[in-house]
Design a binder for this molecule. Structure first.
Ligand SMILES: NC(=O)c1ccc[n+]([C@@H]2O[C@H](COP(=O)([O-])OP(=O)(O)OC[C@H]3O[C@@H](n4cnc5c(N)ncnc54)[C@H](OP(=O)(O)O)[C@@H]3O)[C@@H](O)[C@H]2O)c1
Length: 280
């Protein structure tokens, strides 16, 4: 698979499966996948659709959202309901829940705060970042968790960031808000584990999405190098020597949502090509 900058990404689907595909045991289930018209959220939506899950997808750009909904329907033939809404708002969350009041699966995702020196963040900006990456997922979990508990099945996946474990200069607000969510859910997940409801976090490193491309473009300008050079420098820091692709991120998400992952909760799963340098 060719990615934005001309290097080759090995597709997770390139290997020979001999026609044998793991059954995730969630065919016919329903999922709300927030912020999923492109990027990592879309990767999760596609992988869940492949597993036979009916989807609510979400974004703010109507054309992109409709295009993605059609792409997923065409690819996997599952029902896909696009909900045009800002997930950070009460109205946006109400629209998602109206489309699917009792989802079996919730994938929390949202935009991240812009790269900024922490000195430049005023109170409004800090509260907005905390709202996007901590308060919003908590609110959505509050709204779906009891129905999951009563049905004896629920899978919640929060897309956070490897910055929860490894600081990234300029993304302090993102790191702090997501670490807050992580600590909050560490307690909550243990209160529902006996009801077959799990809450886990996926921590992306560098994935080839629009957000990454925007950040690389900014880095190129800041360092007065070409985008190709900024990309090469970024890849050089990843032991896998490539960016991740949203499809492989989605497959990890779908596994966490599967029947096979019922004994796995409160975990922080790094998907970063080895970028985090610790043994634990
Ligand atoms: N890509 C990476 O390497 C990486 C690494 C670490 C962490 N992350 C985090 O992972 C998350 C997803 O990143 P990404 O790279 O997939 O971003 P992306 O390619 O920019 O995609 C973001 C998606 O979210 C939607 N969205 C954004 N704000 C929204 C809102 N308020 N309400 C509803 N939908 C919204 C966007 O559609 P609309 O704009 O049309 O709403 C789009 O579909 C972000 O929080 C990011 O910080 C990404």
């Amino acid at each position: 698979m060719k990615a934005a900058y001309g290097y080759t990404i090995p597709s997770p689907l390139q290997g020979k499966s001999n026609g044998v595909v793991m059954d995730l045991g969630i065919r016919g289930r329903s999922a709300i996948v927030c912020a999923s018209s492109q990027g990592l959220g879309k990767g999760c939506a596609l992988a869940l659709a492949e597993a036979g899950v009916a989807l609510i997808i979400n974004g703010r750009n109507p054309d992109l959202l409709e295009q993605t909904a059609q792409e997923i329907r065409n690819a996997w033939g599952v029902p896909v309901t696009p909900v045009l809404a800002d997930v950070s708002t009460a109205e946006g969350q109400a629209a998602l829940l109206k489309a699917c009041p009792t989802p079996d699966i919730l994938v929390n995702n949202n935009a991240g705060p812009p790269v900024r020196n922490f000195r430049e963040l005023d109170r409004r900006a800090i509260l907005d970042g905390v709202t996007m990456n901590m308060v919003t997922p908590i609110e959505l979990i509050q709204k779906v968790i009891d129905s999951m508990v009563s049905r004896g099945f629920g899978r919640i996946v929060n897309i956070t960031s490897y910055s929860v474990k490894m600081p990234i200069v300029g993304l302090d607000l993102s790191s702090g808000a997501r670490a807050g969510l992580t600590a909050f859910m560490a307690g909550v997940c243990r209160t529902v584990a006996d009801k077959n409801v799990t809450i886990n976090n996926l921590l992306p490193g560098s994935f080839d999405t629009q957000r990454l491309r925007n950040n690389l473009s900014l880095a190129a300008k800041r360092n007065q190098v070409s985008e190709a050079e900024a990309t090469a420098r970024s890849i050089a820091n990843i032991p896998a020597k490539r960016f991740g692709n949203p499809a492989e991120f989605g497959q990890a998400c779908a596994f966490l949502c599967s029947v096979h992952a019922g004994f796995m909760t409160g975990q922080n799963i790094l998907l970063d090509g080895g970028a985090y340098p610790g043994a634990f």
